[in-house]
Ligand binder design. Structure first.
Ligand SMILES: C[S@@+](CC[C@H](N)C(=O)[O-])C[C@H]1O[C@@H](n2cnc3c(N)ncnc32)[C@H](O)[C@@H]1O
Length: 195
């Protein structure tokens, strides 16, 4: 059987890990939203043996995620739970951190808003949310390729690349604060939020 595969994940997993080694160093359990191919999950869990990595996605992706966990997973990864932002209640995992990569531009705006609110509400005080992907800054694309990507996403019915200011507007009334906004390879960002 062939495992689900994303070339982008292969390219970005090490640069992201280098940041998570710091931001997740005191974390016990990470809840990952939108695990996808699970390439991130197995890579990060193996390099962060002090924590538990809880995968989650829509049911459609569970079969592929389970295949990868069986093939490459370490003891500290948990099988996927169903979580669709905007539809499902926040799962009681005991997570003290959240990770999500390349989900914000896929989700509809109301789903994304719901995810931000849920993270803000359910993270414990001091808890960190690392959010990776393409984001706009002050109403501008950070590259021409992101602009083309965004047109394609929107024409296919996805929410499209979101402005960081809008995320901050949504979280303004909550205790979730954007601590770091890190430029990453391939015109992506790592947003580090803390409650
Ligand atoms: C572009 S993939 C990214 C997968 C993986 N995190 C990565 O970086 O390669 C987007 C993922 O978001 C998930 N997703 C879409 N809508 C979602 C929602 N409302 N709540 C949670 N996950 C969602 C999809 O099922 C898919 O796994």
């Amino acid at each position: 059987v062939e495992l689900p595969y994303s070339q982008a994940c292969e390219n970005n997993k090490q640069p992201i890990l280098e940041r998570l080694l710091f931001h997740f160093k005191d974390v016990q359990l990470v809840f990952e939203i939108g695990t996808g191919t699970a390439q991130h999950a197995v890579h990060f869990a193996a390099a962060l043996p002090h924590l538990i990595w809880q995968t989650a996605d829509l049911e459609d992706n569970h079969f592929g995620i389970n295949l990868r966990l069986e093939a490459e997973g370490t003891d500290n990864i948990r099988k996927p739970i169903r979580f669709k932002a905007g539809s499902d209640n926040w799962p009681q995992t005991g997570a003290d951190a959240v990770f999500s990569a390349n989900t914000a531009h896929i989700m509809q705006r109301d789903e994304l808003k719901s995810m931000m609110h849920a993270v803000a509400l359910h993270l414990p005080s001091g808890g960190v949310f690392c959010q990776y992907g393409p984001f706009n800054i002050d109403g501008r694309y950070t590259s021409e390729s992101n602009q083309l990507f965004d047109y394609r996403l929107r024409s296919q019915g996805y929410g499209g690349i979101c402005d960081i200011a809008l995320l901050c507007e949504w979280t303004d009334a909550t205790k979730l604060v954007l601590k770091e906004n890190i430029a990453m390879p391939a015109n992506n960002r790592l947003l580090v939020w803390q409650k």
